[in-house]
Design a protein around this ligand. Sequence first.
Ligand SMILES: [Zn+2]
Ligand SMILES: [Zn+2]
Ligand SMILES: [Zn+2]
Length: 208
Amino acid sequence: MEYVDPSFEIDSDGRVLCRAHSNYDFFLELECQENSARCLDRELTCKTCEHYYNDDCYFSKEIIDQVETNRLKKKKKFICKLCGNKIDRMLTILYSLYFKDKYNVKIPLICCACHAALKEDKFEESSKYRSNIFLYNALYAVYSLISVIFFIFVYQIGFFYLLIFLVPIAYLFIINMKKRKNIKAGLQFYKENFLEYYDEKSNNSHEI
Ligand SMILES: [Zn+2]
Ligand SMILES: [Zn+2]
Ligand SMILES: [Zn+2]
């Protein structure tokens, strides 16, 4: 049985498209329309591809189904290497799997927000900004907790009220600190892997 190899390309917004997808022409049409970004995102899946139905894609039906299940159910399975956000587009995941499988080349999964920041050469800036926002949110949670404790003392309210507030405040604090940690890890990954590459690239262009 002959298999159809996917043929990936990345559009100007960082979306991974597959030229072998039976809806490829439709993708291009959609892309030309304004405000179609969200619509197109939903279409970027192998689940609508003829090769998926015929099971003659490089990736078997089983693997595609498995990727989709993992993408939807396991939140930590496919996350952006640069910020920890979930990857929404299936083709982005398959693109990375394909190169790993076929050429043993690791392509990091990168979400659209990070891709846009990279493209504009503002990744470090935007990453630091996002990390600060999460820090402020976490500090705000601490501040809220202190306010609640203060309130309870001043007005002599039953101490058990504290518990009602404690759970959501602790949750907010932990979530924001976690997100901040992911952003920090992504920034580190960027510095180790991207900066060198971009430096090399810009050095080379100076030589020319
Ligand atoms: Zn496909
Ligand atoms: Zn395919
Ligand atoms: Zn990201």
